[in-house]
Design a binder for this molecule. Structure first.
Ligand SMILES: *Cc1c(COP(=O)(O)O)cnc(C)c1O
Length: 363
């Protein structure tokens, strides 16, 4: 394992047992993906030509007509919204984010306006859109949606995420059907999703993904979708997307990660090792938990009294290395260990620290 450059800056080493968290730098990339970026950084290239080649490759992987790289899925929302507002009109691209005289309303379900660190609706506004929320978190009906559509509507947005809090909402299929009937494009935010083809296959006009989440690439992302809309997205590089410039290193890193994606997951072995190593902790039940959002991820579960788990989480966070666990459900008496981003050689260190702090706490 290579040496972390962060220690030279007096930043503590991190063991990330919380998942693929942006706040911890996204994914720790494979040696191959990191090497591809190193080489990319050391050579010049015609950036537009590189973007075009990357777009073709991403389109191939997603089953879309075309694609374009972005700094991430948040930029993907802003740029996708801008494209739905301006189309291929260069003057409109240069007018943004001022949308005077343009249809700029973007409709989404109330429970889809979530925060992933920033809010979905702010990303819409960043792209010049005016968010229009329909229904409530309890329910959205097809009638709610059709009543909101007018000649000011530029497009529809669907958020596919474990963050969404929409009950009895409309499915993507329903949104796509309404979009078709009313001639409006549908943009899907699939930032953290692992399936790169399903939303395009369902008829979404634009879909945006993070490069640094499920795919395991650098901090970046892409939008895939219909040719005319993707061209309109590209055109935003002469406008608002200039403030979201993607480097050659990120593009090459993304392609390298996509080449290797999906790879056989290595975490099940680490889950097994940690689960075994933690067995027998007093006043605790060690087991496994499936992903709440139904993704194909299993985590090690430590069940005990919430106050003991809170103390443990705090102690893990204040040591060296700093250990981050998955703490969304501490109040239910459940601490989770996500092993996807934990290095092989850190599993024993993690188990030892948990055991040591737990015994100290219990005595
Ligand atoms: C992470 C996330 C984003 C932002 O993606 P970035 O690639 O970090 O810009 C947007 N939407 C959802 C639902 C997310 O989970």
């Amino acid at each position: 394992m290579s040496h972390s450059p962060y220690s030279a800056l007096d930043l503590p080493r991190v063991i990330n047992a919380s998942g693929k968290m942006t706040a911890l730098g996204g994914t720790a990339q494979s040696a191959a993906v990191a090497e591809a970026q190193r080489l990319a950084a050391q050579h010049h290239v015609d950036l537009d030509a590189l973007r075009a080649v990357a777009g073709k490759q991403i389109a191939g992987r997603t089953g879309a007509e075309a694609a374009t790289v972005t700094t991430g899925a948040a930029a993907g929302i802003a740029i996708g919204v801008a494209a739905m507002i301006t189309g291929a009109d260069r003057a409109k691209v240069e007018q943004l984010p001022d949308t005077n005289g343009l249809a700029d309303e973007i409709i989404l379900q109330a429970g889809h306006d979530v925060s992933f660190g920033a809010r979905i609706t702010q990303m819409i506004r960043l792209g010049g859109g005016r968010p229009v929320l329909v229904g409530s978190r309890e329910s959205v009906t097809p009638g709610d949606l059709s009543r909101a559509i007018s000649d000011r509507t530029a497009g529809l947005l669907f958020v596919q995420s474990h963050h969404t809090r929409q009950r009895n909402g409309l499915t993507l299929d329903q949104l796509v059907n309404v979009g078709r009937d009313s001639g409006l494009p549908v943009l899907v935010d699939a930032a953290a999703e692992a399936d790169l083809t399903t939303y395009i296959a369902q008829g979404a006009d634009l879909v945006t993904y993070s490069g640094g989440k499920a795919i395991g690439g650098p901090t970046c992302g892409f939008i895939a979708g219909r040719t005319a809309l993707i061209e309109a997205c590209e055109l935003q590089n002469l406008g608002i997307a200039r403030a979201m410039k993607v480097g050659k290193e990120q593009i090459i890193g993304l392609l390298s990660a996509l080449d290797r994606y999906p790879s056989e997951p290595t975490w099940p072995d680490r889950v097994h090792r940690l689960e075994t190593a933690l067995q027998g902790l007093p006043d605790a039940v060690i087991g496994r938990a499936a992903d709440l959002a139904g993704r194909d991820i299993e985590r090690v579960a430590l069940r005990s009294a919430p106050e003991r788990l809170r103390t443990l989480a705090e102690s893990l966070r204040s040591g060296d290395p700093v250990i981050y666990t998955r703490n969304h459900q501490l109040e239910e008496g459940l601490m989770l260990f996500d092993l996807r981003e934990v290095k092989d050689e850190d599993v024993d260190r993690l188990a030892d620290r948990v055991r040591q702090l737990w015994m100290a706490e219990g005595s």
